[in-house]
Design a protein around this ligand. Structure first.
Ligand code: ADP
Ligand code: MG
Length: 289
């Protein structure tokens, strides 16, 4: 390969807001046969909005604002996009947050903290059920995410959030297929009921739900169509970005850990740059080989 052409490709990519850290990464982009996307913050906007707050029947019921205030107080210690959305909704309603102590964040599960003299657990169903026992299904609309809230030993309710698909997701996926990508996947820590409608809207056929960070790594390592590009944004995506043949971090609003683990960082908040990166790779390779 002619190094000069590769350097040209890398600098053309940089001008487009795509940092490519090595010539090998540029070559893998050009040859990629599979592209796996994280859902939250990658295929979706990453700025979810709180829709409804569903209160659980309790002996001494809490109000919506009380549940939201306790949840937001615990979420102050989380870097998850859902935490930011919940805190923003509490601020919008003018709620004062409580100081929280002993906060612990559990990767892809949620947060637990002592707030106003009780333990507040916020996150996935099974995580909250560990504290409060079995909880009922919330009335989810397609694509909505439920964040479960336990207060003390009681289930207090769910906060339902909606995270819109990025407008450019369907066209980005179509252009990747047009560029020769044979398999497009979604890997998510979220549940099937939330993820399936979003995948359908994006035009992704294969989805893997309820993924822990290690599950995403296993799936990417075992994909038959290679090289594999993984596109992600979150702290939890760092291992899978490193495990893919090329990791692409959505760096504009994503986590530092994701950007540091990826060979390619997109510095503008635009998913279409994933297709552009592959195109620049292909153009460069045609020149270089
Ligand atoms: P993805 O893999 O699609 O980016 P994540 O694994 O980051 O998704 O999150 C999936 C689910 O984990 C969320 O829908 C939520 O139920 C739960 N979760 C993780 N952390 C938190 C948190 N800090 N607050 C609320 N929910 C959380
Ligand atoms: Mg994510």
């Amino acid at each position: 390969a002619a190094p000069v052409a590769f350097l040209g490709g890398i600098s053309r990519a940089a001008r487009a807001g795509i940092i490519v850290r090595s010539t090998q990464a540029l070559e893998q982009l050009a040859r990629a046969r599979s592209v796996a996307f994280d859902k939250t913050g990658t295929l979706t906007s990453g700025t979810p909005l709180v829709g409804a707050i569903v209160l659980a029947p309790m002996a001494a019921p809490l109000t919506e604002d009380e549940v939201l205030g306790l949840t937001a107080s615990a979420e102050q210690y989380s870097t998850h996009v859902l935490a930011a959305a919940i805190i923003a909704e509490a601020a919008r309603r003018g709620l004062a947050l409580h100081p929280a102590s002993g906060a612990q964040e559990f990767a892809t599960d949620g947060v637990r903290a002592e707030v106003a003299g009780t333990t507040v657990a916020v996150g996935k169903r099974r995580f909250v059920e560990r504290l409060v026992g079995p909880v009922p299904d919330p009335p989810l609309s397609p694509g909505e995410t439920a964040v479960y809230v336990g207060v003390g030993e009681r289930f207090a309710g769910c906060i339902l959030l909606r995270d819109a698909l990025r407008g450019t997701a369907p066209s980005t996926i179509r252009s990747l297929v047009a560029l020769g990508v044979r398999e497009v996947l979604m890997l998510t820590g979220d549940v099937e009921a939330t993820a399936r409608p979003i995948a359908r809207e994006a035009g992704v056929d294969t989805i893997h739900t309820d993924c822990l960070p290690g599950d995403k790594v296993e799936i990417v390592r075992n994909l038959p169509e290679r090289p594999v590009i993984m596109v992600g944004d979150g702290v939890n995506d760092a291992p899978v970005l490193a495990a893919a043949d090329v990791g692409i971090a959505m760096g504009a609003r994503g986590s530092t850990a994701a950007s540091e683990s990826a060979e390619v960082v997109i510095t503008v908040d635009d998913l279409a740059k994933v297709g552009e990166a592959v195109l620049i790779g292909k153009r460069t390779l045609r020149i270089a080989l």
